[in-house]
Design a protein around this ligand. Structure first.
Ligand SMILES: C[S@@+](CC[C@H](N)C(=O)[O-])C[C@H]1O[C@@H](n2cnc3c(N)ncnc32)[C@H](O)[C@@H]1O
Ligand SMILES: C[C@H](CCN)[C@@H](N)C(=O)O
Ligand code: SF4
Length: 340
């Protein structure tokens, strides 16, 4: 059996864990991940509100429901709507607002000022940290977003295998995407890197991604299992067994004890929370207010209007696990350390 909880894993050892289905090893993997989280942050779990404010997109990612060629209903929310939903999320107890958008040509060509204003309001008036997930934007726009006060820039490579990237993010440039997040980091923003599970990667690819996340200095690292989307080229591809995602979460925790690692409600809804937390995640993402008209990504409506993706619902589950949602002040303290 592998010895866990070390900071000098070799690539071969990591690959071996990804390939293993030995129940004893996996148990040890998850319990070690939980132990490390507890050492770092006790029983606190962070929570992010998700505000997907425009679902228009110029890109054609093969895995995504919102790809440009998909003939779907789309929306573009105005500043008031975005702020009202952000406020409701903050009042419900989230620690950060994740402002997410498709690469909406209307913004990408002219309107980033609106986004900067929204960030300033959430930071100033609502005194709450902000993550911005705008896709690939120019260095000049990154400067503006950083100046507006955005704490985090999220941009997921999905894979660090260039050939696979080209098949997934069709027509997009690998280096341009990577360089945007490196530039954001240089400008003082924290960055989030992420990978998709179940899109044709092998164990070596996963391990390359795990190591790259550390090399680029990401403070938040994520994995999401691929969910097939109606009308997209990958509509008939299967969703992967969740054990892959759980193992990746646990390995990220072992490799990067201080990292923010999401348990995303977007993949399996609220019923998926417990397993991900038990694998070592320390953060709940994709909290969306019911009946607000805002959508998720991988599962765009699952549990939303039913009130399943709320802080209250998550709190009930955490409570049974001896855990609790962190306060905004505790989260701010945590990211201050992450920025050092
Ligand atoms: C919808 S995008 C939002 C930000 C921006 N448009 C971008 O692509 O960077 C956020 C992420 O959602 C994830 N995602 C999209 N479609 C998915 C799917 N079908 N299953 C799982 N995750 C998905 C991808 O990892 C993607 O990077
Ligand atoms: C993928 C999204 C995040 C974008 N920064 C969101 N649905 C999530 O699961 O946190
Ligand atoms: S993942 Fe992002 S960039 Fe790609 S099609 Fe979906 S919304 Fe657009």
């Amino acid at each position: 059996m592998l010895e866990l909880n070390r900071d000098d894993f070799t690539k071969a050892e990591l690959v071996k864990v990804m390939r293993s289905d030995d129940p004893e090893l996996l148990q040890e993997l998850f319990s070690t991940a939980r132990k490390i989280r507890k050492e770092i942050q006790g029983n606190k779990i962070f929570a992010y509100g998700f505000v997907y404010f425009t679902t228009y997109c110029r890109n054609n990612c093969n895995f995504c429901y919102y790809r440009n060629s998909n003939d779907i209903e789309r929306y573009r929310k105005n500043e008031e709507e975005v702020l009202a939903t952000s406020k409701a999320l903050i009042e419900s107890g989230v620690n950060l607002i994740d402002l997410t958008m498709g690469e909406d040509p209307q913004y990408h060509q002219e309107k980033f000022e609106t986004v900067a204003n929204i960030i300033k309001k959430i930071k100033g008036e609502y005194d709450t940290p902000v993550m911005i997930s705008p896709g690939v934007v120019s260095n000049e726009i990154i400067d503006n977003l950083a100046d507006a006060g955005a704490d985090f820039y999220a941009l997921y490579q999905e894979t660090h295998n260039r050939e696979l990237f080209a098949k997934l993010r069709v027509g997009q440039d690998y280096d341009e995407r990577m360089n945007a997040k490196l530039y954001a980091k240089e400008k003082g923003m924290l960055i989030e890197e992420g990978l998709l599970a179940g899109v044709g990667e092998n164990e070596e690819d996963i391990v390359d991604s795990l190591l790259t996340m550390g090399e680029i200095g990401a403070s938040q690292v994520r994995v999401m299992s691929f969910i097939p989307q109606e009308g997209s080229p990958m509509e008939n591809c299967a969703t992967p067994d969740r054990m892959e995602e759980l193992k990746i979460i646990a390995l990220m925790r072992l490799l990067y004890p201080q990292a923010l690692i999401p348990a995303s409600l977007d993949v399996d809804g609220i019923k998926g929370l417990k397993d991900r937390i038990n694998a070592g995640a320390n953060l709940i993402t994709s909290i969306i207010p019911p009946k607000s008209g805002f959508m998720g990504v991988a599962h765009n409506t699952m549990d939303v209007d039913e009130g399943g993706r709320t802080v209250e619902e998550a709190r009930g589950i955490l409570d049974q696990m001896g855990l609790r949602i962190a306060t905004r002040e505790e989260y701010k303290e945590f990211i201050k350390e992450a920025g050092k």
